[in-house]
Design a protein around this ligand. Structure first.
Ligand code: ATP
Length: 405
């Protein structure tokens, strides 16, 4: 299965074979330029899959890029001067219209897989207990349930743990009480930090997907809890939570017109290019967490002094550190934290300015992508493409084909 291919590829590139004491080699991988691509034999028609990137000024061995094959040169398109109504423009508009039409006739419930599990946490649990449950279940977020009122009490996400980290960093004297901090106390943590409470958006499972997504885009929510109301018992019930990835995968699997979205990211100005928050292997995790909370972002690229991308520190990496129960570990450097990552980490997905959403949707079909780093041919970081950027373009920014009279 395609998904397994990606996972296998990722295993070849995770930072497992790395001496943990030497930051300079923390992220070395078997996927350096001298190794043949693990997939090369399965794609003989794509000579570019054998492509070896040019030397990275001594950083070849530290670059983790399992999705090297995302932009095979054979199908990357050179930029052409913009003209008003080329076939590529018409196709882009038609592709966007097909996606929006599809979302307008689908309900949120349809996004859910045939079988799924729902893990709901009671707000009476301690933060420590919740962390153990998330780690044991391999999830990074869960709906909260208030059993005293039998109501849905919001969504617990990695941002809550980042807030807890910041709180104890500012109030080290309170660290002794950390084990008794309850999920219901998180509201107080937000108040002390003066950060906005998490978005409480929720929709009915029967809501039209297009409407739910428009609602999500104007809020700060990155996931949509599906909450239904039982008129017999007059109680609400959480059915599931849909993520941005699941929605994009749903589109990728069901709308063939995604292959019409060929306009390069650079042309459609998709992604963030200016003022990218970055860090080095020597930055402390605490400093990165501060940046993520204040800038409201969920990842920070790790780059060399020259700007070559080495890896990406993600908000979920903090869970891995906190699960040890030792908050002192947050003084670790990013390099050390990345070396403690699970061997199953899927790695970093990259693309170029010249990629269109068509190739990106192909990757989304096959792999659990959280975001893509936009790099040039020498792996210099140029931009970041988040899943919310893609959804925003699909629903709001891109111009769709007008309805024919
Ligand atoms: P999530 O990844 O949590 O599901 P998301 O898809 O919104 O949420 P974020 O990382 O929160 O992704 O990105 C929010 C916005 O900030 C996007 O427009 C993205 O391009 C931009 N962004 C992401 N990371 C950075 C960064 N390190 N520096 C600057 N901008 C960033």
């Amino acid at each position: 299965m395609a998904e397994n291919v990606e996972v296998t590829r990722s295993h070849n590139t995770t930072p497992t074979a790395i001496p943990p004491t030497n930051n300079a080699h923390l992220l070395s991988s078997s996927n350096n330029s001298s190794s043949p691509s693990p997939n090369s034999s399965t794609h003989p028609s794509h000579p570019s899959l054998h492509h070896s990137p040019p030397p990275l000024h001594g950083h070849e061995a530290t670059f983790v890029r399992p999705a090297d094959l995302l932009r095979p040169r054979a199908i990357s398109r050179p930029l052409t001067p913009a003209r008003s109504d080329r076939p590529i423009d018409r196709d882009e508009r038609a592709g966007l219209k097909a996606i929006r039409d599809f979302l307008r006739v689908r309900t949120c419930y349809e996004v859910l897989p045939l079988s799924f599990r729902l893990i709901e946490l009671d707000v009476g649990l301690t933060v420590k207990e919740s962390l153990n449950i998330l780690v044991q279940c391999g999830i990074v977020s869960a709906p909260l349930w208030d059993s005293t009122t039998s109501t849905y009490a919001g969504l617990l996400t990695v941002t809550d743990y980042l807030n807890v980290v910041r709180y104890y960093n500012l109030h080290a004297d309170k660290l002794k009480d950390i084990d008794s901090l309850l999920l219901s106390d998180l509201k107080d943590v937000e108040k002390v930090l003066n950060v906005k409470a998490p978005e409480t958006l929720s929709v009915s499972p029967e809501a039209i997907l297009y409407d739910a997504l428009r609602k999500q885009l104007v809020s700060r929510a990155r996931r949509i809890p599906l909450v239904s109301y039982d008129s017999d018992t007059q109680r609400t019930m959480v059915t599931s939570v849909i993520t941005q990835y699941r929605i994009l995968k749903f589109i990728a699997m069901n709308v063939k017109e995604t292959d019409m979205l060929r306009k390069p990211l650079e042309t459609i100005k998709l992604g963030t290019y200016g003022k990218i928050v970055r860090c080095s292997m020597d930055t402390t995790v605490l400093d990165v967490v501060d940046e993520m909370v204040t800038k409201n972002i969920s990842s920070v690229p790790v780059v060399t002094t020259e700007g070559v991308l080495l890896n990406v520190f993600e908000a979920v990496d903090v869970i891995e550190i906190l699960k040890t129960g030792d908050y002192g570990n947050l003084t670790w450097t990013v390099g050390k934290a990345l070396s403690a990552r699970s061997q199953n980490h899927p790695g970093i997905y990259c693309c170029s300015f010249e990629d269109g959403l068509d190739t990106i949707f192909e990757t989304i079909k096959k792999s659990r992508v959280h975001r893509l780093m936009i790099v040039d041919d020498n792996n210099y970081l140029k931009g970041i493409l988040s899943l919310s950027d893609i959804l925003h373009y699909l629903l709001v920014e891109g111009h769709e084909e007008p309805n024919q009279a």
